[in-house]
Each structure stands twice: as C-alpha cells, then as structure tokens.
Ligand binder design. Structure first.
Ligand code: GLN
Ligand code: ZN
Length: 756
C-alpha cells in the first residue's frame, strides 16, 4: 500500500444530488405498469411513489448525508417534470392542468398522436423526453408538487434542498417546433423560474440545486449569452443557488460559470479531477464549492484518500464553511443497494459500491472516519493486486498488435469481387438485421430453463425447432441472406458477456433507462477473453438447414462496452480492444465453420461520442480500430456487415467509412432515405442496406411504399452496392406482421430488380 499524505481531520458538509427513484426492488416500475393496465388506481400509484420517496430520504439521512435533495423523484422523467413545473409541456397535448392522464399520454401512450420524442441524457443510458418549444407555451408555474415534497421531507425532519433542472440546459435540450428558436423564450423562462424561486423563498427554502450540465459542453456564443442574461436575474433571488455541473470539466466555460453570481458551484471531480485548482482560483469570494468526488456514473469504490486530498485542498483555500462533499452527479445512474447482491464473488463485492454504499462512503470521507478510510485503502489494494483482473495472454496479445491486425487483406473493391464469386447473390440482396420475434413462447422457455424447470436438453431442442422454423419461413418468404433468428439471446450484450471472462452479473443492479424501463448492465471487472466459442454452434446449425448463405450475428466491441459497467482501472479503449480480440477469434471460428457473412452490430458507436467535440477524434480513432481489430482477420471472400440503428450520420460518416465493413445496414425508413444524401456527398465507398421499413410499429408497409424507397435509394447508390432490409431487428414484433412485411419487402425488391 502506498503511504498517503496525512489526512486533516476537518469535517465538511455532505450533499447528495439525486437518488435512484425506481426503488430497491423496482417498486416504482411495478406500480407504474399496474397503473397503466388499470390494475391499481392513481391513489395507489401515488402512495407507492410517496413511500419510495420517504424510504429514500431515510436511507440518505441514515447514511449521514447533510443536504438531501427533493424534486429528484419522478413518476416518469425529470425533464418532463421540469416542463410541468414551469407550465411548458408540449402545446399539442393541450393546456391547463397536467393531470396524471395527460402526463402519461404525453410521455408514453397517446391514442391520437405520437408521444414526446426520447433521447439520451448527455452520455448516459438514461433517456429523457425532448421538450418542444413554441410561441404559445403558457409558462405558468405549477409548484404544487414541488412544495408538497418539501413538506413531506420536512415532516420527516429533513430540511431539503430541492433540485431544479436549470433553464438554459432545459432550453438547449429541447427542440423548436416548426423551426421556432427556443432562445426566443429566454425572457419568459427566466420569469417563470424567478417566480418559482420566490415561492420557494416564501416557503423558507434557503438553497436550491440548479442543474446546468450543459456548462460542461461546447457552448455557442448565444447560449453563453443566455446563461449571462438568465442568471443575472435568477441570482437576485433570495434563494441561494448551487449551480450544479457534471459529466465533465467546465473547461473554457469556467469563467462564465463563476461569473453567474450563484452562491455555489458544484463540479465533477471524478470525470475531471484536474479542474480543482483552476476552479479554486477562479471562484468568487463567498461562493461555496461542492466537490463531486464520489463517482455517480459507475459502480466502483472511490479512492477515498485521493478524494480526501481534494477536500483538504479545497478547505485550505476556501475554509471549511465553503466546502461541500458530494457525488459527482445524481445517483440515478447507479443501482440502489449492494446488499442485494448475494451471488457476486465476495472479492468483487469489496470493490463495488452502489448508491447506498456510495453515500456511506461519502459521509465517512467528509467526516474523516479513519476506520472506513483505512478499510477503503485495503479494498483498493485488494483490487489492484487481484490476479483475476489481469490476463497475461490478453495483455501480450494486445501489446504485440501491428498495423496489419487492423486491416483487411485487400481493399474493398477486390474483396467485393471475391465475395460476389463466393456468395452468388442477386443485385439488391434481401436480408434482415438478425433477430426474429422473441415470442411469449421463446421467453417462456428461456425463463423455465433459467429457473431449472426445463432441462438444457429440452430448452435446446426447443431452440433447434425455433431456428428450423425460422429458416423455413425465411426461405418461403424468399430472402437471400438468412439468419438463425437470435432466439437463444436474452439481450444483445448480456448474451455475449455470459460467455466471456472478465464479466460479472448482478442480480438486482437495475438502472433506469426511461419511464418504467430499467437495464441491468453486466460488470466488466477484469481483462476480457473468450474461453470458448459463443455463437458458432447455433449459427452452424442454421447453416446445416439451408443452401442459402447464413449471416452470423455478433454484437460489436463498442456496443458491449457502452452497455456495461466498465472497469475504471484501465482505459476504456483497452477494454474495448480486449473485447475486440475476443470477437476476432469468434469471427475466425465462424469463418472456419463455413459462415461467410458475419454481421457485427455497433448501434452504440455514436452514443459513445464524448461530450466535447475536441475529444471526438481520439474516441473515434480507438473505436474504429476496435471494430477493425475484431473484423480484419477474415479472408477477402468473407463478407463483414455492420448495423447501426440511428440515422444521424453526417458528422461521423468518415469514421463509419473507416470501419471498412463490406456492408452497413441502418435505420432509414422513417427519414425516407434522406440520410443517403450524406452517403453520396461524402462518397461512402462500400455497400449499404438502408432500412426500407420501420420496425418500431406493427404496421405492415406496402410493397409500393418499399419499392419507392428502394427506387429513391437507387438514385443515390449504385445497384451493385444496395441491399434491401428492415430498419432493425424484429425481436419486438409478432410473426404475422413480420412475415407479411418481409414478403412485401422481397416483392418490392424483385420489382426494382426488373429495371436493373
Ligand atoms: N442483431 C440485433 C437484432 O437484430 C441488432 C439489434 C440492434 O441493432 N439494436 O436484434
Ligand atoms: Zn438496430
């Protein structure tokens, strides 16, 4: 163990910025889903919500947290709640009071119109509802719930610090309706925030946490100006504002942030420890600094001695009254309680911290509890020394990689020729993205097998049948490139993780994704390696059933990384390359088994983009290399596909091209092939399968509709380079609509082939 600088014994105040709201056993999810089906009424739903809030406040207090948030709870989404609070829910859902019915109609289920759009909250896997800014929004404050929660907390003896989503971040995260410029609303939004702050002041609230994570991103001059003008007014409020930033460094926005006149500033010292000194120097006299020193984005234990040094330094410069210790961001992004994890290896448990444990660590850190700090150093040392986290073979393999390992044998044009010969496909080949319906029957068998009710033999014979049926159906429909259907997969990341060394799985490590939806990301705790083939058996079985080519299906290295909790003791790039090496072996095994088309899905490539543009190039460089590392070992005649389910390509198209996949399929139907324009303008070199039908709805598109989309695609793409496929996998659909839609897709494809 290294010897740390002696710790000071000063205690500082602790604050939490937000607590996971779904509940230790996902009680909120259960209640919401029951409410939506009518099994419980509004009162019962609100009662569950209320008891969760109470429970969470108690947990935080028990952990020793001084400053406890309110208004961090939500029945669905905190961004929608912010809109309700300021009277700015989308106009198209009506005006006046937002009843529970209207709230959920807006968020998730409207019989008359599309619900609000959803998108990722910064670089997390949480999805928020996108505000819709328009001229006619009422902006009448609705503080009933805000005040009710404060009263609830006070009744428990807690003096809360309410959380508000800051006005500039809120404006910037939304979209203007019909080209409306959201910044026209600056005045009105300021007025409504001021009125809310006044109401809080009148209710004896002294501090408010105002979240402005936008401050860690590249700001346009207009947004910077919006900050200045809005906060010039808000900072006059009698309520003290804790301007809260997270997910990165303030960087060039630091002078702006400290000049906004707020009483406090919260900074993320986990993502950006290097900013402590500059912030300390820049802070105005009287401003309080909240140090985000416990990682709110990951599940690993924090080095408390290192965090203590940060606190000590801040105390030295500012004095202890002006220093607060906090998690880096809201704990929304981590699971609830590690004590639920009874099946994880005990040694791994020592290295993990979920929300509750993080708060206890925070409190011990701020109070300088020596026993906890000593134990923390021992746990850290244990993690460092653990042999289970390093695999010498993997390390050597990574260290000895050369240029050639990232490059296919021949460039695309030569490969295309070899593949044509090998595969003998028609022009505009038809295929799917991989999964076929995960019917109730499929899920039932898997659940029974997992519970031990069904034997492996029984389960596998069911899978064999499902695959055989699926192959026959694809042949009947007339698809050219078939897939096995992915029936054995519960999830496109967990399925692979279960085969790989270096991964662990929690029982209850749920994190909210959106609304009632949660994900349980696997934990990457050690070097990743592949002790055995992962997909070869089922893919080979499918191949044995048909004369047509079978496409092998893999999840790509970046997607496996992005959708897991990733170890923080080596760079993310290194973990990704380790996964890539494992996939490379899998791909070679598939090739040896006679699979000559292999798809490596990378739907998460784009969401891995760093929040600052300046960091994009570095990320894209290692991410692209990871894909190439996984896919470059095959022969020229083996065709590599990739798939992405988004349509914003323009700004990263050069990197997409650099993946050098022989074929890329992606979502395109909803945007009516518009994205292909960018492919043409930027001369995308390889083959493309723009989705010809939207799989997100049960609607079966007509043959004519798909033919015209294919014709549109052919205006931009040479016939030799075009594929015909749906937008994405079909696992969420039913067989009836899938068969009908794919039949129409094949017919539409035959129609366009006639003219080629
Ligand atoms: N192969 C996967 C499927 O078809 C791809 C899923 C995805 O793109 N998200 O389900
Ligand atoms: Zn997809």
């Amino acid at each position: 163990m290294h010897s740390a600088t002696p710790l000071s014994s000063v205690s500082v105040t602790t604050a939490n910025l937000g607590f996971p709201r779904i509940g230790r056993h996902r009680e909120l999810k259960a209640a919401l889903e029951k409410f939506w089906t009518g099994a419980i009424d509004a009162e019962q739903l609100l009662q569950t919500a209320g008891s969760l809030r109470h429970e969470h406040w108690r947990v935080q207090r028990k952990a020793g947290i001084d400053v406890i948030p309110t208004n961090d709870f939500s029945l669905y989404d905190q961004v929608l709640d912010a809109l309700v609070l300021i009277g700015a829910t989308p106009e198209r859902f009506g005006s006046g009071e937002v009843t529970l019915e209207r709230y959920f109609a807006t968020a998730r289920n409207s019989s008359t119109q599309p619900v609000m759009e959803m998108t990722k909250w910064f670089d997390t896997n949480y999805h928020y509802l996108v505000p819709e800014w328009s001229e006619g929004l009422a902006f009448t404050p609705n503080t009933r719930r805000l005040l009710a929660e404060i009263a609830e907390a006070r009744a428990l003896g807690i003096d809360p610090r309410p959380v508000l989503l800051g006005p500039v971040t809120l404006l910037a995260l939304g979209k203007g309706v019909n080209g409306f410029d959201p910044l026209q609303l600056v005045d009105r939004i300021t007025t409504v925030y001021l009125s809310i702050l006044d109401t809080l002041a009148a209710n004896n609230v002294s501090w408010v946490q105002i979240d402005e994570p936008l401050l860690i991103t590249d700001l346009t001059p207009t947004l910077a100006e919006a900050y200045r003008s809005i906060y010039a007014r808000l900072s006059k409020s009698p309520v003290r504002l804790m301007l809260t930033t997270y997910f990165g460094a303030l960087g060039d926005n630091l002078p702006l942030a400290v000049s906004l006149g707020t009483a406090g500033l919260h900074i993320d010292l986990v993502r950006a420890p290097e900013q402590l000194q500059t912030v300390l120097n820049a802070l105005h006299p009287e401003q309080t600094l909240s140090l985000g020193c416990i990682d709110g984005r990951n599940i690993w234990l924090t080095d408390l001695s290192a965090a203590r040094l940060q606190i000590d330094e801040a105390v030295r410069v500012l004095g202890k009254e002006r220093v607060i210790a906090a998690p880096s961001c809201s704990l929304l992004h981590v699971p609830h309680d590690l004590r639920e994890e009874t099946a994880l290896p005990p040694r791994l448990l020592r290295w993990l911290r979920f929300a509750e444990e993080k708060l206890r660590d925070l409190s011990a850190l701020a109070r300088n509890e020596t026993s906890v700090l000593t134990q923390n150093q021992a746990d850290l040392a244990d993690r460092k020394e653990a042999e289970s986290t390093t695999n010498a073979t993997v390390r050597t393999a990574l260290a000895s990689l050369g240029e050639a390992d990232f490059t296919r044998r021949s460039p695309y044009p030569a490969r295309a020729g070899a593949q044509r010969k090998q595969l003998g496909l028609p022009l505009v080949p038809t295929t799917t993205i991989g999964s076929f319906p995960q019917s109730a029957e499929v899920r039932k068998h898997r659940a029974a097998w997992r519970k031990g009710i069904e034997s492996t033999g029984q389960y596998e014979s069911f899978l064999r049948e499902a695959i055989a049926d699926c192959i026959r159906e694809q042949e009947r429909i007339g698809l050219d490139v078939l897939v096995h259907g992915e029936f054995e997969r519960n999830d496109m990341v967990e399925h692979f993780a279960e085969f790989l060394e270096g991964f662990a799985f929690t029982r209850n490590g749920w994190v909210q994704s959106y609304g009632s939806r949660c994900v349980k990301p696997p934990v990457i705790y050690g070097d990743v390696s592949r002790p055995q083939p992962m997909t070869v058996r089922w893919t080979e079985y499918a191949r044995s059933l048909t004369e047509r080519p079978i496409k092998g299906m893999l999840t790509g290295p970046i997607t496996i990384l992005q959708w897991s909790f990733v170890r923080d003791d080596i760079p993310r790039s290194q973990t990704t390359w380790q996964i890539a090496l494992a996939l490379r072996e899998e791909i070679l095994d598939l090739e040896r088994a006679g699979i000559r088309i292999i798809q490596v899905d990378e739907p998460a490539l784009r969401e891995g983009l760093p929040l600052r543009h300046a960091d994009w190039a570095t990320y894209l460089d290692w991410a692209v290399k990871a894909f190439r590392l996984a896919t470059s070992a095959v022969e020229d005649a083996t065709q590599i596909h990739t798939h992405m389910c988004y349509c914003e390509f323009e700004d990263i198209l050069p990197s997409i091209a650099a993946l050098d996949a022989d074929v890329i399929s992606m979502e395109a139907a909803r945007s009516k092939m518009e994205l292909l324009q960018a492919f043409r303008e930027q001369r995308y070199p390889n083959e493309i399968g723009p989705g010809v039908y939207d799989i997100h709805s049960p609607r079966v598109p007509s043959r004519d509709e798909m033919r015209s989309l294919l014709e549109k695609a052919l205006e931009v793409i040479e016939p030799e380079k075009l594929w015909s496929n749906p937008d994405c996998g079909l696992k969420t659909r039913g067989w009836k609509e899938v068969s009908a839609a794919l039949e129409a897709m094949c017919a539409a494809t035959r129609d366009v082939r006639k003219h080629l």
